[in-house]
Design a protein around this ligand. Sequence first.
Ligand SMILES: *Cc1c(COP(=O)(O)O)cnc(C)c1O
Length: 473
Amino acid sequence: MEGRAAEQQARLRALPAVHELLNDSRCRGWLHRHPRAVVVRAVQRALAAERRAILALPAGVPPALDRERLLGMIAAELDAQVRPNLVRVINATGVILHTNLGRAPLAADALAAIRETAAGYSNLEYDLPSGERGSRQAHVEGLLTELTGAEAAVVVNNNAGAVLLALSSLAAGREVVVSRGELVEIGGAFRIPDVMRRSGAVLREVGTTNRTHLRDYEEPIGEQTALLLKVHTSNFQVVGFTAEVPVEELVTLGQRRGLPVMVDLGSGCLIDLSRYGLSPEPTVQAQIRAGVDLVTFSGDKLLGGPQAGVVLGRRALVRKLRENPLHRALRMDKLTLAGLEATLRLYQDETRAVEVIPVLRMLLTPESALRRRARRVATMARAALGERCEVRVQAEHSQVGGGALPLLALPTRVVALRPRGESAAKLEERLREARPPVIARIREESLLLDVRTIADDELPLLRQALRALSLSW
Ligand SMILES: *Cc1c(COP(=O)(O)O)cnc(C)c1O
């Protein structure tokens, strides 16, 4: 026991001092690139870890200091400290609108617009022709009305905010009639009815979970009624014995009783997906054509733009939203506005939109292209991982996610990695910790990389992650 204590003391004494390590040529290199306090903290942490390791050593280990290992520990500490918390990841889940992975990646034009306007000053709220104060809404309102046929538009921070603003402006202290079958939870225990109540509106839930008829909406209408509301059941579908009231009938009822009709569309789709062989998702334009008075939707779901909440509809109603003080609290920032405007401009040419807006491109990628990409990824994986994994290309299905097209399962190709000598769960963890992190799903002892959500220009990054993975194995 005494021998062990003496050994430990000797090893602890042999540890270099902080200032001595800082003088090492490698540390001096780091000091050029990183703040001194950060490098010093990394050195201190590495030394503390080494001290703990020495004290935990069993007896009989000869005192030896491995300077290289210590410097390696400092490098790892430093790396952990200077790496940003929010980083790009490769989405190999195949879920196109993955809420936890940031929903919609932006088109190149949107990125360029954000960069350009963010780097300097802009005419955000400045009317250049008159030299007077302008409205930030002016930059997108014309595009939105042109693309959808709506009279007016207002954009806010996200769709939950848009719903809150609309209900607060049109129905605070009064009743909103809504079907029980449409009181949706979006995820993360976030429920649309809770947001609605916060607006001060009183929900009059009608009908049942599976069936709601026009008479259910009509029956409670009275002095207190302010609005008829329809919520698109964007992340689930009730099947079997069901009935919902078509929006056209609700509009007729609203007109007959002098009540505005609002539709929370969730995912704002501007193109008719059935033209591309997908199941039809209600478009924004169809709602406006049907006579809906107010439509709300997200900017970062099927629209494929930045996080935003868009409200479109009758001028007089939109004006009420703009005059509500909540509008200021929920206002969209200039970076979002730049990205949204650029994204909307792309929709002026649908052929181009489906090619360059990443969400649409991923949704509509033909199977032949997926097969080709899967073969490339498989070749990369074999080269990087060699004998450690069995690598196969398989047919699978991807999901759209993010509250859009809930039942749609898109045929896709996945690269299945079946590790030899370790579990798929361990491989999944390693890939998650790779640079860049790769997020994938496990199925029966294989890790599946769905190539639908991996862009071609991300393949070099994926190769880098796979190579780094083989080093840590
Ligand atoms: C997604 C969704 C929302 C919330 O939109 P955010 O932009 O995420 O705030 C609201 N309503 C419906 C029907 C949705 O699908």
